[in-house]
Design a binder for this molecule. Structure first.
Ligand SMILES: Cc1cc2nc3c(=O)[nH]c(=O)nc-3n(C[C@H](O)[C@H](O)[C@H](O)COP(=O)(O)OP(=O)(O)OC[C@H]3O[C@@H](n4cnc5c(N)ncnc54)[C@H](O)[C@@H]3O)c2cc1C
Length: 455
């Protein structure tokens, strides 16, 4: 057995070698990419993470300043990523899953502090148990952790109103890839500091180092306001996407999600019957004061003639609508052997054009697609569906073309999943030469020995 790997394993109380069948679980994320590794480490504390990075650093120094491939590190949250950035290319996987402790909830200052591997839905519930709110709600809250959310700047439906994960990160405890440890950020509500490092950790995909703990901002309870889910069924996709431009102007709106005709067709029996004749849906969440009758009058006056409206006024019917929406992914997974979810983002006025041209591209490449997503933010998930393994390579070609289409329409290649391996070749098309230089210099500072998440 490799002596160096054994030394790494001795730094933590728990590790996994390739002989174990569960080892393979750590070689992929939720893309169709699979990698390879020689060892998985499960640190349980900041100190253990620091010891791992320090050992990799000293081995790199002994090797003339470059980390040998067999000791390169890949950081992994819970592996729900959709960009391939946690898929190892050899070396050692650092799984953060055992660093899942809650450190505190500060009810006075509305803060929560936890280890980076804590499940996102646990963070949401920790806040709830103190009558506070953590408002970022990725659909993967039950299968992703807060460190992964920070490293991808994850968002959810309610991010239309409340913004993505990065907006709530007040402090991070980190081990830079260069071996330095740090506590960055401030707990005050505001600060102005010129250039500083916290913002570049948000969405950094593990390339700067490892986040071990985080402190997040919480919000007070909604008070007298209530969340109301409203599903609007339109007779065409174009009408639904056009309506987003109007609905976003309601002061009460917090989420606008779009489902195309395919998504609706395969889940039709799960939705209320009155939506039956619709072709495409908008799944909206509003925060409404119970005495605000004007809201209901306006909603009715604006939309009664243009679409079919279903309102869930209590939590049970809201949960049924949510389940109907969530069932689509499961149904597609049962129906198709392969499903890849893509996540470009375009200006709202370009969503119709994107959907039209995405379908043309899918036809050209012989793929079935279903489109849904966070329409209030122009963030559309094109889901590529297929049965044959041989089509995996072609699916990446289509993803490339969808990314280029988004750029042509004034958009970006990723709204929330990140760049990872899947979109690495597209990133130079989106960013300027100066930005590329900036990234290079930041990485030179953060990871001079090319230790972490280098692929
Ligand atoms: C069914 C499903 C639904 C999804 N819905 C959404 C959604 O609504 N919104 C959304 O934004 N995404 C969504 N995703 C994508 C995914 O859940 C997010 O990208 C999530 O933030 C990844 O978290 P993770 O813990 O699984 O991280 P991983 O997949 O393990 O890793 C993702 C990246 O984070 C890095 N990383 C993880 N932990 C750390 C750490 N402690 N320090 C430094 N870097 C770290 C990894 O190196 C990697 O680059 C969905 C995925 C699935 C499968």
């Amino acid at each position: 057995m490799n002596k160096g790997l054994k030394e790494f394993a001795s730094l933590v109380s728990s590790s996994l070698w390739p002989e174990k069948s569960s080892f393979n679980n750590y070689l992929h994320d939720e893309t169709l990419l699979t990698g390879q590794a020689s060892l998985v480490l499960f640190p349980q504390s900041h100190e253990e993470v620091k010891a791992i990075v320090n050992l990799a650093t000293s081995l790199a120094k002994q090797n003339g300043g470059i980390c040998p491939n067999e000791y390169k590190l890949t950081v992994r949250g819970l592996g729900s990523g959709l960009a391939g950035s946690a898929v190892p290319q050899g070396g050692i996987v650092i799984s953060m899953e055992k660093m899942n402790k809650l450190i505190f909830v500060d009810e006075v200052n509305y803060r929560i502090r936890a280890q980076a591997g804590r499940l996102t839905s646990d963070i949401i519930n920790d806040a709830k148990s103190k009558n506070l709110r953590y408002v970022v709600d990725p659909s993967s809250a039950d299968v992703s952790c807060i460190g992964g959310n920070i490293a991808t700047n994850a968002s959810g439906p309610r991010s239309f109103r409340y913004g993505p994960t990065g907006q709530y990160v007040k402090k991070l405890r980190v081990v830079w890839a260069n071996g330095q440890e740090d506590e960055i950020g401030y707990t005050t509500e505001k600060y102005s500091l010129g250039i500083h490092s916290l913002p570049i950790w948000i969405g950094s995909e593990g390339k700067l180092g490892i986040i071990t703990e985080c402190e997040l901002k919480l919000l007070p309870p909604l008070g007298p306001y209530e969340e109301v889910t409203v599903v609007m069924g339109f007779s065409s996709e174009q009408e639904a996407l056009q309506a987003v431009l109007n609905i976003r102007q309601y002061p009460e709106i917090i989420a606008i999600e779009f489902l195309d005709s395919e998504a609706f067709a395969i889940s039709k029996e799960k939705w209320p019957k009155e939506l039956g004749k619709s072709s495409a849906l908008l799944f909206c969440i509003f925060e409404v004061h119970p005495e605000n009758s004007m809201f209901w009058e306006k909603l009715s006056a604006d939309w009664d003639q243009k679409c079919t409206i279903t309102v869930a006024r209590d939590s049970r019917s809201a949960s049924n609508l949510y389940k109907a929406r969530k069932s689509i992914t499961e149904t597609l997974k049962q129906k198709y052997a392969y499903k890849i979810g893509e996540d470009i983002c375009v200006p709202l006025v370009q969503m119709n054009e994107f959907c039209k041209r995405a379908r043309e591209l899918a036809t050209k490449h012989h793929f079935s697609i279903v489109i849904w997503g966070h329409a209030g933010q122009g963030n559309l998930h094109t889901n590529l569906l297929f049965q044959e393994k041989e089509k995996i390579q072609d699916s990446f070609l289509l993803i490339d073309e969808l990314g280029k289409l988004a750029l042509k329409l004034g958009g970006v290649i990723s709204g929330e999943h990140g760049i990872g391996k899947i979109k690495a070749n597209l990133k130079p098309l989106q960013i300027s030469t100066t930005e590329r230089e900036f990234e290079k210099h930041v990485l030179q500072f953060a990871d001079p020995f090319q230790i972490i998440n280098r692929y």
